[in-house]
Design a protein around this ligand. Structure first.
Ligand SMILES: Cc1cc2nc3c(=O)[nH]c(=O)nc-3n(C[C@H](O)[C@H](O)[C@H](O)COP(=O)(O)OP(=O)(O)OC[C@H]3O[C@@H](n4cnc5c(N)ncnc54)[C@H](O)[C@@H]3O)c2cc1C
Length: 437
């Protein structure tokens, strides 16, 4: 088998992999290569390294793209794990149904969304992807197939949810969809100045608004400014002329990053001014509201050949104000700006064990480049570590594995032969689906 260089979405490096596309249904057994480990790979939209397995096998899941069953009475969809969330949304929204939880891009697979237990702008209302997951089918490296749910192989179900592909390959999943009147979102943009104003807006929006997110100008100094956006699915019906998303492309990778302090300052000033001009309520189609970056194909190329780092963490509610201020101060001290600085609200998880879930405020940032200065900015964004490889963020928050390229995160479960070397594991999955220490 020949090797092919593969990158994750952050593009900070490119590593040789043996690629093994999986057929519909996943095949009888997972392809194997003597002495190599294997890992599922969806769309590679993880900013960090969770989808990479250097020198090892990648089981490509995009070929498993069939919708299997739709139960309208129960609002349940069964599909293969390589189906894109975009395809589900585009098929189901015109029929009055929608995925309750999607991340900031819909160009991800169902399997990838399960393995990272992704969240959207409505975590405080609908939780994470796992809250809509009813069951899944797992193919393990010993050839066994297991149907897992909250009632069947419960431990393996929970370990697979947010398990970074380490329990085996998800072949198919059954998901709960929600009813919607149409494709529109009633949205409101509110410019703010100062962290107090931000927290007042966030608190005031929690009860009445399903989707909340804020963009923060990291270069605005102590008197932080930004745009707070909130939205609810609109009662306007489907036939009111909603358009799909217009797509542009970043055709080539520029020789140097287009994102630097100068361009960021200009961008942030223009973006804040635009936010001020657009302030107020408007009705918008769901795609540009939920997935603004999907309209620019290959937008990750604008950081140039060195790629970029993403960092994201959840801060406990009580530590939110202080923690966010600390994060912003550390980022400023490291001399790095970012245009991808966002804040969402989180509620406690309902499906995952308490020790693997978190509630509070979600803070994310993207840093361009891969030099030492950039690595310092990423380190600065996680001021304290607990010495066991687990990141500690202000107020004992939690980092987001899908965003983090620095590894060192605790991996949860492993199937013999399915995991990558060099990572820590707490739990091992047995053939009958139970987990042991
Ligand atoms: C523009 C953008 C916005 C984003 N916004 C958000 C956001 O708001 N919230 C959020 O949570 N995330 C967000 N993300 C991250 C993204 O949603 C996740 O990284 C997602 O898991 C990517 O899915 P994928 O199909 O590309 O999976 P990959 O990146 O290919 O793989 C991700 C993980 O899933 C595993 N995996 C993939 N398929 C399977 C399978 N069939 N069985 C078992 N394991 C599997 C892989 O082994 C890997 O560990 C964003 C990413 C981008 C690029």
């Amino acid at each position: 088998m020949v090797t092919t260089p593969v990158q994750s979405w952050g593009r900070v490096g490119s590593w040789p992999h043996h690629l093994a596309p999986l057929p519909h249904g996943g095949g009888k057994v997972l392809p194997a290569l003597e002495g190599r480990t294997g890992l599922a790979f969806g769309m590679g939209r993880s900013y960090g390294d969770v989808c990479l397995n250097p020198e090892g096998l990648l089981w490509l899941t995009r070929g498993m793209d069939r919708l299997i069953h739709w139960d309208e009475a129960a609002g349940r969809l069964t599909c293969e794990a390589g189906v894109l969330l975009r395809d589900i949304q585009r098929l189901m929204v015109p029929r009055g149904w929608m995925l309750p939880v999607t991340p900031g891009t819909q160009l991800v697979t169902v399997g990838g969304a399960i393995a990272n237990d992704v969240h959207g702008k409505n975590h405080h209302r609908f939780g994470s992807f796992g809250d809509q997951l009813i069951s899944l089918e797992l193919l393990r490296t010993n050839g066994t197939r297991l149907r897992c749910s909250r009632d069947e192989h419960r431990e393996l179900f929970l370990a697979t949810l947010g398990g970074l592909g380490l329990t085996g390959v998800v072949l198919e999943a059954t998901l709960h969809l929600r009813r919607v009147e149409g494709p529109w979102v009633d949205a409101e943009d509110l410019p703010f100045k100062g962290l107090d104003a931000f927290f007042e807006l966030a608190d005031a929006s929690e009860a009445g608004w399903e989707h909340t997110v804020a963009w923060i100008d990291c270069l605005s100094g102590a008197d932080v400014r930004g745009i707070f956006s909130r939205g609810n699915m609109s009662p306007e019906p489907a036939d009111a002329g909603a358009r799909g998303q217009r797509r542009r492309s970043m055709p080539v990778t520029p020789p140097v990053s287009l994102v630097n302090r100068l361009s960021l300052k200009a961008f942030n000033t223009a973006y804040y001014a635009l936010g001020n001009r657009r302030a107020g309520r408007r009705r918008v189609p769901f795609e540009p509201f939920f997935y603004p970056l999907d309209s620019i194909e290959h937008w990750n190329r604008m950081y140039g050949p060195a790629g970029f780092y993403q960092y994201q963490c959840v801060l406990p509610r009580a530590a939110g104000r202080q923690g966010v201020a600390e994060l912003l101060a550390e980022i400023a001290r490291a001399g790095q700006g970012t245009f991808l600085a966002v804040q969402d609200l989180w509620r406690p998880a309902t499906v995952r064990p308490a020790e693997l879930s978190a509630a509070g405020r979600d803070a994310g940032a993207g840093f361009s480049g891969a030099g030492r200065r950039h690595a310092r900015a990423v380190r600065a964004a996680r001021p304290r570590g607990d010495g066991r490889g687990r990141d500690a963020v202000p107020g004992e928050g939690r980092p987001h594995a899908a965003r983090d390229v620095r590894a060192g995160l605790p991996r949860v479960a492993v199937v013999p032969g399915a995991a990558r070397p060099g990572h820590r594991f707490g739990v091992r999955a047995q053939d009958d689906g139970t987990l042991t220490e």
